[in-house]
Design a protein around this ligand. Structure first.
Ligand code: DON
Length: 331
């Protein structure tokens, strides 16, 4: 069964939309051949590269799920969005932005070059590794366990389930995180970390190892689409200011050094992770039209074959098609 009702508040979407999504998933799955599973984190290499799944949740609670929508995967860089929001909730936007800027880099997500070239500048943005490690270090909590907890609790408030950490993925990356260690030592030397290097890395790599499905990711996207308001739980989870800032960062930096092309040709606030996940938030559209999800929706995608930028190849192509066909482009 490809469309699943899991919650009494969540209704089936209509069959016409499901039929289209089914065809688009089938068509775009072939692009997975052009990518490869991340191999610099050994545990990620074992994913099935031909998988592609999607979940879309509308503001009225309607949901479409298709393909490999229920495969569990780790958030990886999608966690940078949650970490940033949690830090803003814990300390306020201005405190966080004193430590991390909001400028795109045009460099790879794990690049170290700008940190020294712009000495003594703070990390360019919270969506690259340098910025995310800095944000991880300043999360509320006296130790790494409590800091990770602030992210886990935020996810629980959004998805209604306390998520687990995939310990195998965490240990796999912990042992091979040489570049992230280099970034963290540099950040520590420059005075940007609020804790030790090892503590900041533990928080950052654990948040990257939080296990989710496309439905969890779609729910996070839904709340962002609605400016921090959870339309299914009917609760303001975080402020409109935090939501708008986060979406601006997703548009400008969320797909790394492919963010410009993604904004130009897909036009949706989105955040990718090297495990092949994509989080997307489509805000409500004021104009009239016959495309679905006019009240906004969240999208979660999983397709573990990634390109050289770290983005799911089939996932990006699928989002591009949906954006074009259903007029999701925010510009
Ligand atoms: O720090 C890393 O390299 C990974 N834990 C996360 C990187 C990532 O997901 C980049 N995204 N596309």
């Amino acid at each position: 069964m490809e469309v699943v009702q899991q919650d009494t508040q969540i209704r089936f979407n209509n069959h016409e939309h499901s039929r289209k999504i089914k065809a688009w998933v089938q068509d775009n799955r072939t692009y997975a051949n052009l990518g490869k599973c991340a191999n610099y984190i050994p545990a990620l290499e074992r994913a099935n590269p031909s998988q592609l799944g999607i979940c879309i949740i509308g503001s009225n609670g309607s949901m479409v799920k298709m393909g490999d929508f229920d495969t569990a995967f780790t958030l990886q860089s999608i966690s940078k969005v949650i970490g940033f929001i949690a830090a803003c909730i814990d300390y306020g936007i201005s405190y966080v932005l004193e430590r991390v800027d909001v400028e795109p880099t045009g460099d790879a997500f794990n690049s170290i070059i700008r940190l020294e070239v712009h000495k003594p500048g703070r990390p360019f943005n919270p969506m690259i590794n340098a910025g995310a490690i800095t944000v991880a270090s300043l999360l509320g909590g006296r130790n790494p366990v409590e800091k990770v907890e602030s992210i886990l609790l935020l996810i629980e408030r959004i998805v209604g389930r306390y998520p687990t950490i995939n310990e195998e993925v965490f240990h796999s990356e912990w042992q091979t995180a040489h570049r992230n260690r280099a970034l963290a030592y540099y950040l520590k030397e420059m005075g940007f970390l609020d804790c030790t290097v090892e503590e900041a890395l533990e928080v950052y790599l654990k948040q990257c190892s939080i296990e989710v499905t496309t439905e969890d990711v779609a729910m996070i996207g839904l709340v962002l689409a609605n400016d921090g308001y959870h339309p299914i739980r009917k609760e303001q989870i975080f402020s409109k200011e935090v939501a708008r800032l986060t979406k601006a960062l997703m548009v400008t930096c969320g797909m790394y050094n492919a963010s410009g092309k993604f904004a130009a040709f897909v036009g949706i606030p989105a955040k990718s992770g090297v495990s092949g996940g994509i989080l997307a938030a489509i805000p409500p559209r004021g104009r009239s039209g016959d495309s679905p999800f006019m009240d906004g929706c969240g999208i979660g995608i999983y397709g573990p074959a990634i390109d050289e930028f770290g983005n799911s190849v089939a996932g990006v192509m699928l989002l591009k098609q949906i954006s074009r066909e259903w007029d999701f482009n925010i510009f």
